[in-house]
Design a protein around this ligand. Structure first.
Ligand SMILES: NC(=O)c1ccc[n+]([C@@H]2O[C@H](COP(=O)([O-])OP(=O)(O)OC[C@H]3O[C@@H](n4cnc5c(N)ncnc54)[C@H](OP(=O)(O)O)[C@@H]3O)[C@@H](O)[C@H]2O)c1
Length: 248
């Protein structure tokens, strides 16, 4: 069995997932499994990181969190190759820009809630084989019921309803998983990466940068590394961000 810490990241080919793979794999003794729904995008992202001079190791597995067959093949492949995972980062997510109505809410919930839950549940048996397991759900402050219902809070805008609802559901799932897994020593977190540059909101410069307001996804990645190495263990079971915790 590998001596490295094995970290699986869903949606690792771009954005926060990619930045996180880069940050973790820049340290020796880590192996990052880049789980991507599109294998060619996954291999391209992986080779970009390998040519950037990482110190850890990388591999790619096909994983579409909306496809049960893809999920079970990915579990099988990771189980055969590694026998366990130490960290599962459930990062794949969407805002489904451009869609409307039932299509929009359906797509957002299919990825951010059903996909996150079913992919996570499928990998939990491999996580339980770790001696220091960690499970992180990438959420958003926009999913906080407390912040959304506080009219004075900057995060309470009247926008992103479907996305907010999906992340609120993801947060509930995280609370439930924490209760179920804490006696098995799994450190469970919901994590808000902050408003950072990515294609989540669309591919125009305005959307990527959130009108110039978005920060660097490498900062989110560094905060995730803090969680993985244990610097945030006192916050297990909570909704964390890089500088503290959000109310649910
Ligand atoms: N960026 C922000 O400001 C921000 C703020 C708060 C929370 N978040 C959260 O951070 C996470 C990452 O978002 P991001 O900003 O990095 O966005 P992004 O650049 O759009 O990346 C999203 C990733 O998820 C993957 N993905 C989408 N649907 C998938 C599916 N069905 N199966 C597997 N992978 C799938 C995408 O794959 P493809 O490349 O194949 O599309 C991509 O790799 C999301 O959960 C998002 O809600 C982001």
């Amino acid at each position: 069995m590998s001596e490295s810490t094995i970290v699986l990241i869903t949606g690792a080919n771009q954005g926060i997932g990619y930045a996180t793979a880069k940050t973790i794999a820049s340290h020796p003794n880590y192996h990052v499994i880049m789980a991507c729904r599109n294998l060619s995008k996954g291999y391209e992202a992986c080779s970009q990181l390998e040519t950037a001079g990482i110190k850890g190791t990388l591999s790619v597995v096909q994983l579409d969190v909306e496809d049960d067959i893809s999920i079970s093949k990915a579990v099988h492949s990771v189980s055969n190759e590694f026998g366990r995972i130490d960290v599962f980062i459930s990062n794949a997510g969407t805002l489904s820009p451009g869609s409307t109505g039932r299509d929009k809410i359906g797509k957002i919930f299919s990825t951010n809630v059903f996909g996150a839950m079913l992919a996570t549940e499928a990998f939990i048996p491999l996580l339980l084989k770790s001696t220091h397991p960690c499970l992180i759900q990438i959420s958003s402050a926009l999913g906080s019921l407390v912040l959304a219902s506080d009219a004075n809070n900057a995060k309470s805008s009247e926008t992103w309803d479907e996305y907010r609802m999906s992340k609120a559901a993801l947060n509930m799932m995280t609370i439930q998983m924490h209760k179920r897994l804490k006696n098995q020593k799994v450190r469970v977190f919901a994590f808000c990466p902050g408003l950072v540059r990515s294609n989540l909101r669309g591919v125009s410069e305005e959307a990527v940068t959130a009108q110039g307001n978005a920060g660097d996804p490498m900062e989110s990645a560094n905060a995730l590394l803090d969680i993985i190495v244990g610097r945030r263990d006192k916050d297990a079971g909570k909704f964390v961000h890089k500088d503290g915790c959000y109310p649910w």
